[in-house]
Design a protein around this ligand. Structure first.
Ligand code: HEC
Length: 164
C-alpha cells in the first residue's frame, strides 16, 4: 500500500521526471526525428542500418567509418563525387554492381539531419569513444533527476518505516 506521505511526493517527483525527459533531449530528438523521416522516405528503399546490404551498402557505423565532409558530399551529390573519380565512391560503385546512388535532392539542413539520425543510431560506439558535448546537458539533468528521485524515495521509505 502507498502511504499518504509518499503519494504527496508523487506529483513533484513526476514533474521532475517530466522536466528531465522533455528539456534535455528535445532539440536532439527533433533533429534526429526529422532525419529519421527523411531516411525512411528517401534512403530506406536502398539502405538499411544494420540489416545488411540492399541496393546500397549497410549504413551501420558509416558516420564513424567515413570522414564527415566526405559523408555530406556522398549524401548530397554522390554523382559529383563519382565524376571527380573519388576513390571511395568508385570502390562503392564497384561493390554495388555498378549501380550509382542517385542524388537524393536534399537541402544542406536535410543532409545534416540525416547524418544526425545516422549518428544517433550509433550512440553506443560514440559514448565509448568520447561524450559529444551536446549530450552533456541531458546527462546532467538525468543525473539530477535521479538524485532527486532517490532522495524522494528514501524520505518516503523512511516515513513508512516510522509509521510501522
Ligand atoms: C536508389 C538507391 C539509393 C538511394 C535512394 C540512396 N542510396 Fe545511398 N547508396 C546507394 C548505392 C548503390 C551506393 C553505393 C554506390 C555509390 O556510392 O554510388 C550508396 C552509397 C551510400 C553511402 C556510402 C556508404 C559507405 O559505405 O560509405 C552513403 C553514406 C549513402 N549512400 C547514404 C544515403 C542516404 C543518406 C540516402 C537518402 C538520403 C541514400 N543513400 C539514398 C544507393 C542509394
Amino acid at each position: 500500500m502507498i502511504s499518504g506521505s509518499s503519494r504527496k511526493w508523487r506529483v513533484p517527483a513526476l514533474a521532475l521526471f517530466a522536466i528531465a525527459i522533455c528539456v534535455g533531449p528535445t532539440r536532439i530528438a527533433i533533429a534526429a526525428e526529422s532525419g529519421q523521416e527523411i531516411f525512411k522516405s528517401k534512403c530506406a528503399a536502398c539502405h538499411t542500418i544494420g540489416q545488411g546490404i540492399l541496393v546500397g551498402p549497410d549504413l551501420a557505423g558509416v558516420t564513424a567509418r567515413r570522414d564527415e565532409v566526405w559523408l555530406k558530399r556522398q549524401i548530397k551529390e554522390p554523382d559529383v563525387l563519382l565524376d571527380e573519380n573519388d576513390p571511395i565512391a568508385i570502390q562503392l560503385l564497384l561493390e554495388a554492381d555498378d549501380i550509382p546512388m542517385p542524388p537524393p535532392d536534399l537541402s544542406d539542413d536535410e543532409v545534416a539531419a540525416v547524418i544526425d539520425y545516422l549518428k544517433s543510431t550509433e550512440q553506443q560506439e560514440t559514448v565509448v569513444i568520447g561524450l559529444p558535448a551536446q549530450y552533456i546537458p541531458t546527462l546532467l539533468i538525468g543525473a539530477a533527476a535521479l538524485i532527486a528521485l532517490t532522495v524522494v524515495g528514501l524520505r518516503a521509505g523512511r516515513k513508512k518505516v516510522d509509521v510501522s
